[in-house]
Design a protein around this ligand. Structure first.
Ligand code: ZN
Ligand code: ZN
Length: 306
């Protein structure tokens, strides 16, 4: 399973990102090499009440609860919309808590679908249209990308507090990259259903990368400090997207072969659909773009900084 279903350990880059973006500072004891504080140093203000509640959830690995708590507290006004969430956590409990909150939001599942897919309305989830042709929209799978989350299965970026959005999108891109490398290391399966699943797994990672690049472009338009980071992120995502797309085309070609072989072992109705699928997948595998299908990801091709 992908992204929302597994939890990686906290990465160093999480911490770096959390600190870099929020401008969060180290706590007093880490900041000063001296045993005694400077006499004129102002006393640190006590941490707001929400900090300990979030820390508690994170410490007990209740990551979804931590996210729900932050979202509810923002909705009720206990946490201000522009609150420096990671900065406050760094001040109170250190960088690890801040990093965990970033990871919690990065992995927080879409609350409307959970898996990133929806039954295709054009073919009513069958993959075959009324006139007995393969449904191009869902590539014969009967599924399309869920609109609300763009097919990522993850909470959309407008749910993520603005001060967390950049580290969260960087984290999501990192996780998707790691998962892409892992998926691409496996040989393609050989049955029709497994090959369709493989295409969808590639497609989901592409959706996560596309979502990250797209959200990063919007943020960079208002914050020049992250322009360099966004540029690197975009290049990395594009690099991995090219590999994923190549693997997707290989899976589609193999689907064409598998469906072609079905035509020799079945008869009548099944056979005619299998023939059409075989032709369809071969054409799709070699199409210049996937425009008009659920596999199309235009934002991964366009530069986010233009
Ligand atoms: Zn969704
Ligand atoms: Zn369809």
């Amino acid at each position: 399973m992908l992204l929302a279903d597994s939890r990686d350990p906290v990465s160093v880059s999480d911490i770096v990102q959390a600190l870099a973006v929020t401008g969060g500072s180290l706590n007093w004891s880490e900041k000063s090499p001296l045993l005694l504080p400077a006499p004129l140093a102002p006393a640190p203000s006590p941490a707001p009440e929400w900090v300990s509640r979030v820390e508690e959830h994170l410490r007990d690995k209740r990551y979804a609860d931590a996210v729900h708590f932050v979202l509810d507290a923002r909705a009720s006004g206990t946490i201000a919309p522009d609150e420096d969430l990671t900065g406050k956590l760094v001040e109170s409990g250190g960088a690890a808590a801040a990093s965990k909150l970033v990871s919690a939001f990065a992995r927080f599942p879409c609350q409307k679908c959970g898996k990133g897919t929806d039954p295709c309305a054009i073919c009513r989830g069958t993959g075959i249209r009324a006139e007995r042709v393969v449904c191009e929209h869902c590539i014969g799978s009967g599924m399309i990308r869920f609109d609300f989350c763009g097919g990522t299965g993850l909470g959309p970026y407008d749910v993520v507090p603005i001060t967390l959005r950049y580290p969260v999108l960087v984290r999501r891109a990192e996780i998707a990259t790691t998962q892409a490398k892992s998926l691409l290391a496996w040989p393609l399966p050989s049955s029709e259903i497994e090959l369709v699943n493989a295409v969808w797994n590639f497609n989901k990672l592409l959706a996560v990368m596309e979502g990250a690049v797209s959200a990063a472009g919007l943020l960079a338009a208002h914050d020049s400090r992250i322009a360099d980071g966004v540029s690197v992120l975009w290049k990395n995502c594009q690099h991995h997207a090219e590999h994923l797309e190549a693997a997707m085309r290989a899976a589609l070609l193999k689907l064409s072969e598998v469906c072609g072989s079905i035509t020799q072992s079945r008869d009548s109705g099944d056979s005619s659909i299998a023939v059409r699928k075989s032709v369809f997948y071969e054409r799709l595998a070699t199409a210049p773009t996937f425009r008009g299908t659920c596999l199309h990801h235009p934002f991964l091709r366009a530069t986010p900084l233009s």
